[in-house]
Design a protein around this ligand. Structure first.
Ligand SMILES: Cc1cc2nc3c(=O)[nH]c(=O)nc-3n(C[C@H](O)[C@H](O)[C@H](O)COP(=O)(O)OP(=O)(O)OC[C@H]3O[C@@H](n4cnc5c(N)ncnc54)[C@H](O)[C@@H]3O)c2cc1C
Length: 287
C-alpha cells in the first residue's frame, strides 16, 4: 500500500515538461489526477522513479469550440466536463458517460487526458472517443502530432504515446443535430468499473437508422469499435432481428478477461445486452 520512492517535479511550461520527460525516458511518468497512477504505484504495479505533475502548466485545461469540433484540454477534470453547458448541449453522451465514472471524489481529480492516456481497458472514455471519431493532440521532443482515438490503443496499458510525449488536448467532431446517443454501462455497484459497456451514436431518417457508430468498453484488452455491429443496424428500424444481429456481431469481436466481474461467456453476453440497450435508447432520443 506504500509506493516505492520517486522524485516529484512540478514544471510551469509544457516545453519544460516535455524536455524533462524526454530526458528521463522510461523512468518518468506524467501525473494528472493521480486516480489511476497512484493506486497502481501503491500496488507496486507501476514503479516510476520520477513523476512530472502537469497541474502547474497553463493551457492544458478548458473546453472550447473550434469550428465543428469541441476541443478539451487534457487536464480538464471529469467534474468540469459535467459542469460544462457546451458539453451538455453539443456532446450529451460525454456528459452521460462522465457521470457514470466512479464517484464525485474521483471525478473532482480525475482528468479526461489521464482517462484516455491510461490505456486501461476498464476506462470509459476511450471507447467513447473512438465512437465519436475523436483525435488526440500529442506533444513530444520531436514536435506535435495528432493521433485518431481509433489508432491510439495497442494493448492493455499500451498506447501510441511515445516515452516523453504528453497528451495536451482532445478534439471531438460535434455529432449531427438531432443525433441519438446512449452509454450503457453494467457495473457491480456504484463507483465500479464496467463489467461491460457500450456507446452508441446514431442518426435516424424516416424511422430507419441512417448512420451509426458503436464502441465497447472492458470486453477486450483495448477499447473496441464494433463496425460490423453498426453496419447490421443501418437501414433497419431497429426491430428485434436487427438488435440481435448487432449484439451477435459485437460479441464476435469481444474477448474479455475472466475476473471478479464474471466469466468470459457472461461478460460477452452482457456486452451484447449493453449494445442492444444502447441502440434502443439512442434511437428513442434521435430526432
Ligand atoms: C475508486 C475508483 C474508481 C474508478 N472508476 C472508474 C470508472 O468507473 N471508469 C473510469 O473510466 N475510470 C475510473 N477510475 C479511474 C479514474 O477515472 C482516473 O481518474 C482516470 O483513469 C485517470 O485519470 P487521472 O487524471 O487520474 O490520471 P493519472 O492517474 O494521473 O494518470 C493515468 C496514466 O495516464 C498518464 N497520463 C495522465 N495524463 C497524461 C497526459 N496528459 N499525457 C500523457 N500521459 C498522461 C499517466 O502517466 C498515467 O500513466 C476510477 C478510479 C478510482 C480510484
Amino acid at each position: 500500500m506504500i509506493p516505492g520512492p520517486f522524485s516529484y517535479h512540478r514544471l510551469a511550461t509544457l516545453a519544460d515538461a516535455v524536455k524533462l520527460l524526454s530526458t528521463l525516458g522510461d523512468e518518468a511518468r506524467p501525473l494528472a489526477g493521480g486516480h489511476s497512477l497512484i493506486p497502481m504505484m501503491k500496488l507496486r504495479l507501476a514503479t516510476p522513479e520520477h513523476l512530472v505533475d502537469l497541474h502547474g502548466i497553463a493551457g492544458l485545461k478548458g473546453i472550447r469550440r473550434d469550428g465543428n469540433n469541441i476541443v478539451i484540454g487534457a487536464m480538464t477534470t471529469q467534474h468540469e466536463l459535467l459542469g460544462s453547458e457546451e458539453i451538455a448541449n453539443s456532446l450529451p453522451i460525454l456528459h452521460e458517460t462522465a457521470l457514470l465514472i466512479a464517484d464525485p471524489q474521483v471525478r473532482y481529480r480525475g482528468t479526461i487526458g489521464g482517462n484516455v492516456a491510461n490505456g486501461d481497458p476498464g476506462n470509459d472514455m476511450p471507447a467513447l472517443m473512438m465512437t465519436l471519431g475523436a483525435s488526440f493532440q500529442l506533444e513530444g521532443a520531436s514536435g506535435s502530432r495528432q493521433v485518431a482515438a481509433s489508432e491510439f490503443y495497442q494493448g492493455a496499458y499500451f498506447t501510441a504515446l511515445e516515452p516523453g510525449e504528453i497528451l495536451t488536448a482532445i478534439s471531438i467532431p460535434v455529432p449531427a443535430a438531432g443525433h441519438g446517443y446512449a452509454y450503457e454501462k453494467l457495473k457491480r455497484k456504484v463507483g465500479d468499473y464496467a463489467t461491460a459497456a457500450a456507446a452508441v451514436v446514431l442518426t435516424m431518417s424516416g424511422g430507419k437508422v441512417e448512420t451509426c457508430a458503436i464502441g465497447l468498453t472492458n470486453v477486450h484488452e483495448t477499447p473496441l469499435l464494433a463496425a460490423d455491429a453498426a453496419k447490421a443496424v443501418i437501414g433497419t428500424n431497429l426491430d428485434q432481428a436487427a438488435l440481435k444481429n448487432a449484439a451477435s456481431a459485437a460479441e464476435a469481436i469481444m474477448s474479455p478477461a475472466a475476473d471478479a466481474r464474471g466469466p468470459v461467456e457472461y461478460r460477452k453476453h452482457v456486452g451484447g445486452v449493453m449494445v442492444m440497450r444502447a441502440l434502443q435508447r439512442a434511437a428513442s432520443r434521435a430526432r
